[in-house]
Design a protein around this ligand. Structure first.
Ligand SMILES: [Zn+2]
Length: 278
């Protein structure tokens, strides 16, 4: 649904100073812009609601072992239009098998594979393919994995051999970045007064808190500041066992709720840190 507010917002962004004849809203005045702001907030809410609904629907399709949407992975094809099941594509699945076998074989290297299948497979697709658990008959969607209704193309043993040879993923999934728990997310303030938020560099291998003020951009190493604060906690409380427990609890709670609403999580952490400090 493309409603009035969205169209007004687009026109406003383009700097047209749009004046609505029907609603008597002049977006060149402060009150007009305030009204536009309200409309945009409602629009954003509705968009997010819709996106959330679509995501839930897709996950529920994947949970049934079916391919939710879009082009199927290389080696599979879809049935008819309304059939979300994946079927093994005879020709392409042979390529997938050959690529897994070549990759597991010491005699060949990546260049050999890319040369052999030039035009069909590029480098990024090659590594996506070699990591894709869909070839085991699994259904993977939005970071979740389910039993697939489709046939496997690759055996578990061959897949395992390939995984041991494959280099660490540097581009797409950034596993280190996702694994790191920022204990002080939402709690740190820069000397300039701005809030500092978590950030990572070098494909998630280094972790920082960075000042939100673009002019300042002060940053501190996450581990250093976290250790310093945990050390301080140790000075405040002589009961080390209790402290260890609380530290573990902080990490556990943080991990558990990480996927839920961040502000609530930050509140919980603030509360728990206050308990220790005061
Ligand atoms: Zn700052």
């Amino acid at each position: 649904m493309r409603d009035g507010a969205e169209i007004f917002a687009t026109l406003f962004e383009q700097g047209k100073g749009f004046i609505s004849a029907t609603e008597h809203l002049d977006f060149s005045t402060p009150s007009g812009r305030a009204m536009l702001g309200v409309m945009q907030v409602f629009n954003q809410f509705e968009r997010e609601q819709t996106a959330e609904n679509i995501r839930n629907k897709m996950v529920s399709i994947a949970a049934k072992g079916l391919w939710p949407t879009g082009n199927p992975p290389f080696g599979y094809r879809r049935g008819t239009k309304k059939d979300n099941k994946l079927y093994v594509d005879p020709r392409k699945s042979q390529i997938v098998k050959d690529i897994f076998e070549m990759y597991s074989n010491e005699k060949y290297n990546t260049v050999d594979i890319l040369t052999k299948y030039r035009g069909a497979i590029g480098k990024s697709l090659l590594f996506t393919m070699l990591r894709n658990r869909i070839y085991l008959g699994r259904m993977v969607y939005a970071g979740q994995e389910f039993d697939g209704q489709h046939d496997a193309i690759i055996s578990q043993s061959l897949f395992d051999i390939v995984q041991r040879k494959i280099p660490e993923n540097k581009n797409s999934s950034r596993p280190n970045a996702q694994k790191y728990t920022y204990l002080l997310a939402g709690l740190l303030k820069c000397h300039c007064g701005c809030s500092m938020s978590p950030a990572s560099a070098k494909a998630g291998r280094y972790h920082y808190y960075v000042c939100g003020d673009i002019a300042c951009r002060n940053r501190v190493k996450a581990e250093a500041i976290e250790n310093a604060i945990l050390e301080q906690l140790g000075n405040y409380r002589s009961d080390e066992k209790l402290l260890d427990k609380m530290e573990q609890e902080l990490i556990r709670a943080k991990d558990e709720f990480l996927k839920q609403v961040q502000p609530e999580l930050d509140c919980l952490l603030t509360y728990m840190l206050k308990l220790v400090f005061f």
